[in-house]
Design a protein around this ligand. Structure first.
Ligand code: NI
Length: 191
């Protein structure tokens, strides 16, 4: 087990198309998946794609809606229906920033687990968002290029400050704090 170094925006591995995993049960892939899960947890992320740890393979890990951690090799995600929704996202490869991204509300996903068995399922809402974000990483796409309104991109710290101010307009003179988390808090982001 090891914590892996996370690639940041600007590194070429984040803008190339990743390669198929091959055999997901191979010891090297299973070790990579374990390290990705550990790295994701350590960084407080809700998802991680192999290119984010400098490995150009189609492998993702994410925190599932059920509370567990999912790992998928060669994942495919497709929208179910036309419904989309906007939500805040962040990315471990773009530290400090948060932005509003439109995504399909409901998706079907498929791939293989670490035994090489086919896996498929349906995800919606936040989990669907995380899956779309992670699979985008495999195609060299960062959430910034999915945004439609860059005025809704900002530093998490500033967004949280603005959010607090908006929530407590009548409390001028009060000590800061107590207004809860900001817009891009840890419960509402994809990595
Ligand atoms: Ni990301």
């Amino acid at each position: 087990m090891a914590l892996l170094k996370i690639a940041r925006m600007g590194h070429p591995v984040l803008v190339r198309r990743a390669d198929p995993v091959g055999d997901p049960a191979a010891p090297s892939i299973r070790a990579l998946a374990r390290d990705m899960v550990e790295t994701m947890a350590d960084a407080g992320g809700v998802g991680l794609a192999a290119p984010q740890v400098h490995v150009p393979l189609r492998l993702i890990a994410w925190r599932s809606a059920a509370g567990g951690v999912g790992v998928l090799a060669d994942p495919v995600v497709e929208a179910l229906g036309d419904a989309t929704e906007e939500g805040w996202e962040g990315c471990l490869s773009v530290p400090g920033l948060r932005g509003v991204v439109p995504r399909a509300s409901r998706v079907r996903y498929a791939g293989r687990d670490l035994e090489g068995r086919p896996v498929e399922g349906v995800a919606e809402g936040f989990e669907a968002r995380v899956l779309q974000h992670e699979v985008d990483h495999l195609d060299g796409v960062l959430y910034l290029s999915r945004m439609t309104d860059l005025s809704r991109l900002g530093f998490q710290e500033e967004l949280a400050r603005a959010e607090r101010a908006a929530r407590a307009p009548a409390a001028a003179g009060d000590a800061p704090g107590g207004a809860g988390d900001g817009a891009g808090d840890g419960h509402d982001r994809a990595e």
